[in-house]
Design a protein around this ligand. Sequence first.
Ligand SMILES: Cc1cc2nc3c(=O)[nH]c(=O)nc-3n(C[C@H](O)[C@H](O)[C@H](O)COP(=O)(O)O)c2cc1C
Length: 204
Amino acid sequence: MTRLLYIASSPRHEHSYSRTLTQEFIDKWSLYHPEVSIALRDLVRDPVPYLDDTWITAKFTAPEQYTPELSNAIQLSDRLVDEFLAADRYIISVPMYNFTIPAVLKSYIDYIVRPRRTFIVENGSFKGLVTGKKLLFITARGSDFRPGSAFAPSDFQEPYLKTVFEFIGFTDIQFINANGLRTDLREQSLAEARSTIQDLATQW
Ligand SMILES: Cc1cc2nc3c(=O)[nH]c(=O)nc-3n(C[C@H](O)[C@H](O)[C@H](O)COP(=O)(O)O)c2cc1C
């Protein structure tokens, strides 16, 4: 059975373009994958707290050396990593906030990028452990960040997400970016995103 983990990060719920487009993708994609189980990690309804000193100490401590305090501090992160590793497909819906990702998603990433769980250091080099899996981002942007546009060099969202998920081992990463949703480009962008969704739903 294919296990899909859907991670949502827009606080706008039913008004959110990234959530709406992602739901449309999942509805279409599920038609071609009837044997799929879908888990939702909603980072707005169930936010992940910011890191603290104890958590960071736990992150860099071997589990056999955990004190009860460190063990307690890392528990949520362990659960999130377990849930993450149990999936083999991932869809992450992401609004563009201040040229990058929302804080709730950044917090989640801080919890799942973990030595010994999602990456290791081998012969002095980092090696991602999350391999052989597919990842799709569906993003919504108020302005136009398409290649060649004035804002394109300020897109710190797609390059960041690609870098951090490649770091933990992903090689199959795709983006559907709906640009200019607060400009005259909106209808065209939504139509293009939906056309890509239609095509990708049969192939992904
Ligand atoms: C706090 C905040 C910051 C934003 N920053 C940007 C930005 O840097 N660039 C941009 O193009 N749009 C920005 N926007 C607009 C959103 O990207 C746009 O409304 C998008 O549709 C949000 O995704 P959603 O519809 O899934 O909630 C921002 C919106 C908010 C609320």
